[in-house]
Design a protein around this ligand. Structure first.
Ligand code: CP3
Length: 341
């Protein structure tokens, strides 16, 4: 049976936009919180295939979504490279910050082996997934992952990593090379384990100028796409350069992704006018509209569907769903999108 979401990534327009929700498996679901409580740490959940597969499938049991996204995290790559990664309760990730001198301690050789439980999760999900549902694999893009590796945590302006890139360009290039190689190997193994589509999360594509954008964002993503397609020629990619604004067209042209995810700051008209007419887009409802719900949410959903009706479109949020989102609002979103145009 055909997979409408995969077909859309490959360039086919549908009668209604297929739908998934960034961070659709997570804390807004009571059944996720129940499983989360049974394990000690978040990484343990990511590395326990039985539980990770269950959590991946939870949102599809509740809502009529068109895709499941692998339950894992972008920071399993630094963990697999040998950096210390912890998730503090309610505070976000904490890593032991990497320095130019410490790069030699990272080791890409064991990445695929270390991440074997993730591939087992994908095989289990695939076996349980209806044939019309798309299975999405993913990784963090090298620059975004590097921002966490260098600062040791999330930051509003990524200043530590930006300064590192400017003061130590060779060390930065070495780190990005390592992440490109590790990520490409990781994604190839995800495809072999059953992923239908791969999303590249460049969550911190903002705050850098066009020269750094070309070097730190476009080039590493281009190399991942190329390396994965050297092994799997028809590998399908959704690139999500969050905050890239006026650089989104350059990102699309430079990386070779099949489809692009748009954040909620991107005006529909600007995206439509500046991107190739046949390019599939994904997005771009503000997650806080979903949280608040009601008339404003419904009007904006309709506006997004109508605005992208002329090209292949996957409905999604413009960033991840927030934990406080009422489930009834998600039900309403799904109902409106499934009604179609
Ligand atoms: O449902 C899905 O989308 C699949 C699973 C998924 C998670 N993280 C689970 C998760 C995916 C695709 C991600 C991607 C991710 N992780 C990104 C890129 C997307 C984005 O939001 O920009 C980033 C930057 C991360 C790093 C990360 N992981 C942070 C900053 C945090 C803490 C903040 C937060 O939202 O909690 C995490 C933890 C995390 N990853 C949780 C989940 C469900 C919550 C941890 C918990 O349940 O204890």
């Amino acid at each position: 049976m055909a997979k409408p979401l995969l077909a859309t990534v490959r360039g086919e327009r549908q009668g209604r936009p297929p739908l998934w929700i960034m961070r659709q498996a997570g804390r807004y679901l009571p059944e996720y919180r129940a499983i989360r409580e049974t394990v000690g740490t978040f990484l343990e959940l990511c590395y326990t295939p039985e539980l990770a597969a269950e959590v991946t499938l939870q949102p599809l049991r509740r809502f009529e979504l068109d895709a499941a996204i692998l339950f894992s995290d972008i920071l399993v790559i630094p963990d697999a490279l040998g950096q210390t990664v912890r998730f503090e309760h309610g505070e976000g990730p904490r890593l032991e910050p990497i320095t130019p001198d410490g790069l030699g301690r990272l080791n890409a050789d064991g990445v695929v082996e270390h991440l074997a439980p993730v591939f087992e999760t994908l095989r289990r999900v695939k076996a349980d997934l209806a044939p019309d549902k798309t299975l999405i694999g993913f990784c963090g893009s090298p620059w975004t992952v590097a921002t966490y590796m260098i600062a040791g945590r999330g930051s509003p302006d990524q200043a530590a990593a930006r300064i590192f890139a400017l003061r130590h360009p060779e060390a930065m290039a070495q780190l990005l090379d390592l992440l490109v190689d590790a990520s490409a190997a990781y994604l190839i193994a995800q495809l072999e384990a059953g992923a239908d589509v791969l999303q590249l999360f460049e969550s911190w594509a903002m705050n850098i100028d066009e020269r750094q954008f070309a070097q730190l964002v476009i080039e590493p993503n281009r190399r991942i796409v190329k390396a994965v397609r050297a092994a799997v020629p028809d590998a399908a990619f959704i690139g999500f350069p969050r905050g890239a604004a006026g650089l989104v067209p350059a990102y699309v042209a430079g990386t070779g992704v099949n489809a692009v995810g748009l954040d909620y700051m991107m005006p529909i008209g600007t995206a439509d006018a500046s991107l190739p007419a046949a390019l599939p887009v994904q997005g771009n409802l503000d997650p806080l509209r979903l949280l608040a719900g009601g008339e404003q949410m419904e009007a904006r959903i309709e506006e997004i569907i109508a605005g992208f009706a002329g090209r292949p479109h996957i409905f999604n949020l413009g960033h991840g769903i927030v934990p406080e989102t009422p489930i009834g609002h998600v039900e309403r979103l799904v109902e409106i999108v499934r009604r179609g145009r």
